[in-house]
Design a protein around this ligand. Sequence first.
Ligand SMILES: C[S@@+](CC[C@H](N)C(=O)[O-])C[C@H]1O[C@@H](n2cnc3c(N)ncnc32)[C@H](O)[C@@H]1O
Length: 303
Amino acid sequence: MSHIPVLLNEVIKFLDPKPGNIILDATVDGGGHAIAIAKKILPDGKLIGIEQDNNILEKLSSKIENQYPELKNSNILINGNFRDIDKLLKPLNINALDGALYDLGMSSLQLEESKRGFTFLKDEPLLMTYKFPIEPGDLTAKEIINTWPEKEIADILFHYGEERYSRRIARNIVRRREKKPFQSTFELAALVKQSVPYRPFHRIHPATKTFQALRIAVNNELEAISESFEKAWQFLIPGSRLVIISFHSLEDRIAKNFLKSKKQKGEADIKTPKPITATEEEIYLNPRSRSAKLRAAVKLKII
Ligand SMILES: C[S@@+](CC[C@H](N)C(=O)[O-])C[C@H]1O[C@@H](n2cnc3c(N)ncnc32)[C@H](O)[C@@H]1O
């Protein structure tokens, strides 16, 4: 299955890219949004796409080369973490942006092809890093569950997964790892399943929240998001737009509070009093859009 960009029409509407604009796509991934944006900023605009996963970035680069040669000069792809945008934009001599897009979380490419353990539906090593290639010393899910204290694991599951059985799961993880450390997603998913009460009509797999929590912890996602929004805001010029798509309540809360704080300071006009969600039709065509929430704001001139 290929990646279908979420809320694409709405992204274009709220970002409103125009010829000549410089737009940041902080989570460029397979380029679903980026290519549509790049077409709007021709002939002399620039789309700066940041992505932590270099495997994906290389695929996007050849996709542009082969399928969209007309966009080649307007796309600048950078492998890095969006929390470092200031450092990443500096060598490009870019000091101002006309728009910035964040489409947070993991991509369907990572879920389906990365073999890094993002899903409990496949038996894969427990890495869960967006970053690829990883380097020695990079945190992985395996390190967390095989070495971190029980309380810290429980706290992660509770705070990042909103998992009500966090203590019980953490206790069982520690008991089990003393006999045999965890290696794979199936081992972890089986343990979580055994640790929570059986509910025949449960809508989601019992390991969903644990996997979400570990992924957030491994990638230090919430801090990276907060730090990056602040930095991106400094680059946005008056009249430019920030568009954020989130996929769970923790991300959405950060986006909402960030925009609210800018509004309170008179720096932002929020264009989405309520977050925009996908239509029934989009959800049918792309189930990943079910939990997407889009928030957008225009940066105001500070007088
Ligand atoms: C939901 S996907 C984006 C999909 C993209 N908008 C599209 O339509 O093709 C999110 C991407 O953001 C990347 N990502 C997540 N956190 C990141 C970070 N801190 N810095 C850079 N990339 C990040 C992930 O690796 C993933 O590929």
